[in-house]
Design a protein around this ligand. Sequence first.
Ligand code: TXA
Ligand code: MG
Length: 346
Amino acid sequence: MYDNAVAAPFGTDVAHAAAILRRGGVVAFPTETVYGLGADPRQASAVDRVYAIKGRPRNHPLIVHVHEAAEVAQWAAVVTPAATLLMSAFWPGPLTLLLPKADAAPDAAFIESSSVAVRMPNHAMALALIAQAGGAVAAPSANRFGALSPTSAADVAADLGDDVDYILDGGRCEVGVESTIVSLLGDQPVMVRPGGITRAQLEALVGQMGGAPATGLRAPGLLPSHYAPRARLLAVWSRDLSAACEAHVAQCLAEGRAPRYGLLVRNSDDVAGLRANGSSPLQIIALSDDVALLARHLYEALRSLDDAGVDTIIAVMPDAVGVGEAVVDRLQKASGPRDFVKGKMP
Ligand code: TXA
Ligand code: MG
């Protein structure tokens, strides 16, 4: 994984990473969900570099990561009662809140946005970094726009090479998928992106979540394809796996090319009785029946199928319950059309 010609320096030196952020550099850092690509939200040139490295359009704002709930008052115009409730229940943790932006908040990280996304990650190294960097770090996930989020320092190095000034290595991410995003901008809370905090956990505290995403949100996670491996991805329910494999193999043969596909499944039951016109998958990864483990290893498994050289991944979705909702969401996003994700077509 570290065989890039040039890779950014990496290590566990939080003070060094914080000093880089303070002087306007860009640092990849661990959180409990995925690695972030951090910059000081008050320094426009640092934020510019994050957008340039990611190749992300400017109208997709960054999450402001804080190390204590009190810091939110610097960024949000109002901290609603629902926000206070959710922050005290789930922070630090995989929950991002969308709130109206404070007039005094610097614009750098949220061009064209009247709202701000805030989150306090549950990772000791991240919290120490944010505190030492001045109380707030703006960061998207540390991957190129549209690609899989990194869940280890090695993933960041493989994707971003030496484009970042330092990679803070905090081990493999526990949650493995991005934070849940809840919009508190309207009358009713809306779950904009499922993630590490589940719908049931949220609804137990603040009542039913609104269904449709609030209008005007520009989350790339809401585009048709996102979170995608290099290989084409087909997301199927378990009962459809066999038929999907047969159809895929038949299509390859009809097009005169050898099938090179891999499977991502939960357990051996998923692949029992698999029929694939005599053409076996190059690799099968059976993750787990436990959705928390599925989420934790999801991106890692998709990367390893990419590394195995498959051109197609057929993935079985878990039930969309608990953090399974986030896994289903990411697999469906990754299977969307991707003509706009430049350079990612197989
Ligand atoms: O778990 C996570 O949330 C990770 C870690 C690093 O904290 N971060 C992350 O950031 O996933 P990012 O930028 O990859 O995804 C955040 C999403 C983006 O789709 C962004 O456009 C959206 O949240 N977002 C940020 N601020 C927003 C706002 N004010 N209104 C609507 N969407 C917003
Ligand atoms: Mg992202």
